[in-house]
Design a protein around this ligand. Structure first.
Ligand code: GLU
Length: 232
Protein backbone atom coordinates (compact mmCIF):
# COMPACT_ATOMS: atom_id res chain seq x y z
CA UNK A 1 0.00 0.00 0.00
CA UNK A 2 1.47 3.30 -0.99
CA UNK A 3 0.76 7.00 -0.70
CA UNK A 4 -2.29 9.26 -0.84
CA UNK A 5 -2.42 13.06 -0.59
CA UNK A 6 -5.27 15.49 -1.16
CA UNK A 7 -5.71 19.25 -0.70
CA UNK A 8 -8.61 21.68 -1.01
CA UNK A 9 -8.18 25.29 0.08
CA UNK A 10 -6.84 28.68 -0.91
CA UNK A 11 -3.32 27.69 -2.02
CA UNK A 12 -2.07 26.16 -5.28
CA UNK A 13 -3.20 22.52 -5.00
CA UNK A 14 -0.54 21.25 -7.45
CA UNK A 15 2.21 22.57 -5.18
CA UNK A 16 0.63 21.05 -2.06
CA UNK A 17 0.14 17.67 -3.78
CA UNK A 18 3.71 17.45 -5.07
CA UNK A 19 5.07 18.44 -1.65
CA UNK A 20 2.94 15.74 -0.01
CA UNK A 21 4.01 13.09 -2.52
CA UNK A 22 7.65 13.95 -1.92
CA UNK A 23 7.14 13.45 1.81
CA UNK A 24 5.65 10.01 1.09
CA UNK A 25 8.51 8.87 -1.15
CA UNK A 26 10.28 6.98 1.67
CA UNK A 27 7.58 4.28 1.41
CA UNK A 28 8.78 3.15 -2.04
CA UNK A 29 6.58 3.24 -5.16
CA UNK A 30 6.68 2.57 -8.90
CA UNK A 31 4.64 5.45 -10.35
CA UNK A 32 2.95 8.68 -9.32
CA UNK A 33 0.17 10.99 -10.40
CA UNK A 34 -2.12 13.88 -9.57
CA UNK A 35 -5.63 14.95 -10.61
CA UNK A 36 -7.14 18.36 -9.99
CA UNK A 37 -10.23 20.38 -10.73
CA UNK A 38 -10.21 22.80 -13.66
CA UNK A 39 -13.08 24.98 -14.95
CA UNK A 40 -13.68 22.55 -17.85
CA UNK A 41 -13.26 19.27 -15.92
CA UNK A 42 -10.58 17.19 -14.18
CA UNK A 43 -6.97 17.22 -15.37
CA UNK A 44 -4.79 14.15 -14.68
CA UNK A 45 -0.98 13.96 -14.96
CA UNK A 46 0.84 10.66 -14.33
CA UNK A 47 4.34 9.21 -14.71
CA UNK A 48 6.23 5.99 -14.11
CA UNK A 49 9.19 6.52 -11.78
CA UNK A 50 10.06 9.28 -9.37
CA UNK A 51 7.97 12.16 -8.06
CA UNK A 52 10.68 14.43 -9.49
CA UNK A 53 9.66 13.18 -12.99
CA UNK A 54 6.05 14.00 -12.17
CA UNK A 55 7.14 17.43 -10.97
CA UNK A 56 8.91 18.06 -14.31
CA UNK A 57 5.87 16.91 -16.26
CA UNK A 58 3.57 19.17 -14.22
CA UNK A 59 5.95 22.11 -14.81
CA UNK A 60 5.89 21.41 -18.57
CA UNK A 61 2.20 20.60 -19.05
CA UNK A 62 0.43 22.55 -16.36
CA UNK A 63 2.49 25.56 -15.33
CA UNK A 64 -0.39 27.94 -16.09
CA UNK A 65 -3.18 25.87 -14.55
CA UNK A 66 -4.75 27.43 -11.47
CA UNK A 67 -6.32 24.92 -9.12
CA UNK A 68 -7.20 24.77 -5.43
CA UNK A 69 -8.52 21.21 -5.20
CA UNK A 70 -6.82 17.94 -6.08
CA UNK A 71 -5.58 14.47 -5.15
CA UNK A 72 -2.27 12.66 -5.64
CA UNK A 73 -0.85 9.15 -5.34
CA UNK A 74 2.32 7.09 -5.31
CA UNK A 75 1.53 3.55 -6.42
CA UNK A 76 2.97 0.21 -5.42
CA UNK A 77 1.36 -2.04 -8.03
CA UNK A 78 -0.63 -5.04 -6.84
CA UNK A 79 -2.92 -5.54 -9.88
CA UNK A 80 -1.50 -4.59 -13.25
CA UNK A 81 2.10 -3.75 -14.12
CA UNK A 82 3.70 -0.40 -13.29
CA UNK A 83 2.73 1.87 -16.21
CA UNK A 84 1.30 5.31 -16.87
CA UNK A 85 -2.14 3.86 -17.65
CA UNK A 86 -2.18 1.83 -14.42
CA UNK A 87 -0.87 4.71 -12.29
CA UNK A 88 -3.43 6.54 -10.16
CA UNK A 89 -5.55 8.72 -10.25
CA UNK A 90 -8.15 6.71 -12.18
CA UNK A 91 -11.14 8.34 -13.80
CA UNK A 92 -14.77 7.54 -14.56
CA UNK A 93 -15.96 6.98 -18.16
CA UNK A 94 -17.04 10.61 -18.47
CA UNK A 95 -13.76 11.81 -16.91
CA UNK A 96 -15.61 13.93 -14.35
CA UNK A 97 -14.65 11.83 -11.32
CA UNK A 98 -11.07 10.95 -10.32
CA UNK A 99 -9.91 8.73 -7.47
CA UNK A 100 -6.78 7.52 -5.71
CA UNK A 101 -6.73 4.28 -3.73
CA UNK A 102 -4.40 2.40 -1.43
CA UNK A 103 -5.09 -1.28 -0.80
CA UNK A 104 -6.58 -4.25 -2.61
CA UNK A 105 -10.15 -4.80 -3.83
CA UNK A 106 -10.74 -8.54 -3.46
CA UNK A 107 -13.95 -8.72 -5.51
CA UNK A 108 -12.73 -6.43 -8.32
CA UNK A 109 -13.07 -9.12 -11.04
CA UNK A 110 -16.81 -9.63 -10.36
CA UNK A 111 -17.38 -5.88 -10.02
CA UNK A 112 -15.51 -5.18 -13.26
CA UNK A 113 -17.54 -7.77 -15.16
CA UNK A 114 -20.80 -6.33 -13.81
CA UNK A 115 -19.76 -2.76 -14.62
CA UNK A 116 -18.61 -3.69 -18.14
CA UNK A 117 -21.94 -5.46 -18.60
CA UNK A 118 -23.64 -2.14 -17.80
CA UNK A 119 -21.53 -0.36 -20.44
CA UNK A 120 -18.54 0.94 -18.47
CA UNK A 121 -15.23 1.11 -20.33
CA UNK A 122 -12.08 0.28 -18.34
CA UNK A 123 -8.76 1.90 -19.24
CA UNK A 124 -6.41 0.13 -16.78
CA UNK A 125 -5.67 -3.36 -15.45
CA UNK A 126 -5.99 -2.25 -11.82
CA UNK A 127 -8.41 -3.41 -9.16
CA UNK A 128 -8.74 0.26 -8.17
CA UNK A 129 -10.55 1.42 -11.31
CA UNK A 130 -13.82 -0.26 -10.27
CA UNK A 131 -14.15 2.44 -7.61
CA UNK A 132 -14.19 5.21 -10.26
CA UNK A 133 -17.04 3.51 -12.15
CA UNK A 134 -19.03 2.57 -9.03
CA UNK A 135 -18.88 6.18 -7.85
CA UNK A 136 -19.88 7.38 -11.34
CA UNK A 137 -22.98 5.13 -11.30
CA UNK A 138 -23.98 6.30 -7.84
CA UNK A 139 -23.37 9.96 -8.81
CA UNK A 140 -25.87 9.68 -11.65
CA UNK A 141 -28.51 9.01 -8.96
CA UNK A 142 -27.33 11.13 -6.02
CA UNK A 143 -25.49 14.09 -7.61
CA UNK A 144 -23.55 14.07 -4.33
CA UNK A 145 -19.92 12.95 -4.30
CA UNK A 146 -19.76 12.04 -0.61
CA UNK A 147 -22.98 10.01 -0.78
CA UNK A 148 -21.72 8.30 -3.96
CA UNK A 149 -18.45 7.27 -2.30
CA UNK A 150 -20.42 5.83 0.63
CA UNK A 151 -22.67 3.92 -1.81
CA UNK A 152 -19.67 2.60 -3.81
CA UNK A 153 -18.06 1.28 -0.63
CA UNK A 154 -21.09 -0.95 0.07
CA UNK A 155 -20.15 -3.02 -3.03
CA UNK A 156 -16.43 -3.34 -2.35
CA UNK A 157 -14.81 -6.21 -0.41
CA UNK A 158 -11.21 -5.54 0.57
CA UNK A 159 -8.96 -2.83 1.93
CA UNK A 160 -9.08 0.79 0.93
CA UNK A 161 -7.90 4.25 1.72
CA UNK A 162 -9.73 6.31 -0.89
CA UNK A 163 -9.92 9.96 -1.95
CA UNK A 164 -12.17 11.21 -4.76
CA UNK A 165 -12.80 14.50 -6.58
CA UNK A 166 -15.56 15.43 -9.00
CA UNK A 167 -15.61 18.18 -11.64
CA UNK A 168 -19.17 19.06 -10.61
CA UNK A 169 -18.10 19.68 -6.98
CA UNK A 170 -14.74 21.44 -7.44
CA UNK A 171 -14.34 22.37 -3.75
CA UNK A 172 -14.83 18.89 -2.27
CA UNK A 173 -12.66 15.84 -1.60
CA UNK A 174 -14.54 12.73 -0.46
CA UNK A 175 -12.58 10.25 1.66
CA UNK A 176 -13.20 6.68 2.86
CA UNK A 177 -11.21 4.16 4.81
CA UNK A 178 -11.22 0.43 5.57
CA UNK A 179 -8.10 -1.46 6.71
CA UNK A 180 -5.75 1.10 5.15
CA UNK A 181 -4.52 4.19 7.01
CA UNK A 182 -5.98 7.64 6.34
CA UNK A 183 -5.40 10.90 8.22
CA UNK A 184 -7.24 14.16 7.72
CA UNK A 185 -5.92 17.58 8.74
CA UNK A 186 -7.03 21.20 8.72
CA UNK A 187 -4.35 23.81 8.11
CA UNK A 188 -4.32 27.60 7.84
CA UNK A 189 -5.22 27.65 4.15
CA UNK A 190 -7.33 24.52 3.71
CA UNK A 191 -8.02 20.85 4.38
CA UNK A 192 -5.72 17.89 3.72
CA UNK A 193 -5.97 14.12 3.49
CA UNK A 194 -3.02 11.71 3.48
CA UNK A 195 -2.19 8.08 4.08
CA UNK A 196 0.55 9.06 6.53
CA UNK A 197 0.76 12.00 8.93
CA UNK A 198 4.30 12.72 7.70
CA UNK A 199 2.81 14.27 4.55
CA UNK A 200 0.89 16.86 6.63
CA UNK A 201 3.48 17.80 9.20
CA UNK A 202 4.48 21.08 7.50
CA UNK A 203 0.86 22.13 7.04
CA UNK A 204 -0.85 21.36 10.34
CA UNK A 205 -0.76 19.63 13.73
CA UNK A 206 -4.58 19.52 13.76
CA UNK A 207 -4.97 15.94 12.53
CA UNK A 208 -7.66 13.26 12.85
CA UNK A 209 -6.98 9.58 12.22
CA UNK A 210 -9.96 8.19 10.32
CA UNK A 211 -11.34 4.88 11.62
CA UNK A 212 -12.65 2.00 9.54
CA UNK A 213 -16.14 2.75 8.26
CA UNK A 214 -15.76 6.51 8.74
CA UNK A 215 -16.00 8.98 5.88
CA UNK A 216 -14.72 12.55 5.57
CA UNK A 217 -15.90 15.37 3.32
CA UNK A 218 -13.14 17.96 2.94
CA UNK A 219 -13.89 21.53 1.92
CA UNK A 220 -11.69 24.67 2.12
CA UNK A 221 -13.27 25.62 5.45
CA UNK A 222 -13.08 22.27 7.23
CA UNK A 223 -14.09 18.62 7.40
CA UNK A 224 -17.39 16.83 8.00
CA UNK A 225 -17.20 13.25 9.28
CA UNK A 226 -19.95 10.71 8.66
CA UNK A 227 -20.62 7.05 9.37
CA UNK A 228 -21.66 4.41 6.83
CA UNK A 229 -25.29 5.57 7.00
CA UNK A 230 -24.33 9.21 6.39
CA UNK A 231 -24.94 10.36 9.97
CA UNK A 232 -22.72 13.31 10.87
N1 GLU B 1 -4.16 -2.16 -5.74
C1 GLU B 1 -3.94 -0.88 -6.30
C2 GLU B 1 -3.12 -0.96 -7.57
O1 GLU B 1 -2.47 -1.92 -7.84
C3 GLU B 1 -3.34 0.11 -5.30
C4 GLU B 1 -1.89 -0.14 -4.96
C5 GLU B 1 -1.36 0.78 -3.87
O2 GLU B 1 -1.85 0.70 -2.72
O3 GLU B 1 -0.44 1.56 -4.17
O4 GLU B 1 -3.13 -0.06 -8.36
Amino acid sequence: MCGIIGYVGLDDAKKELLKGLQALEYRGYDSAGIAYCQPNGIKTIKTVGKVSCLKDKVAKEAADDVTTCGIGHTRWATHGKPSVVNAHPHTSCDGRIAIVHNGIIENFAELREELEGRGHHFKSETDTEVFAHLIEEAYAETHDLMASVREACTHVVGAYGLAAVCADEPGVIAVARKDSPIVVGVGETGSYVASDVIALIDATRDVVVLEDGQFAKLTPSGVEYTDEAGNV
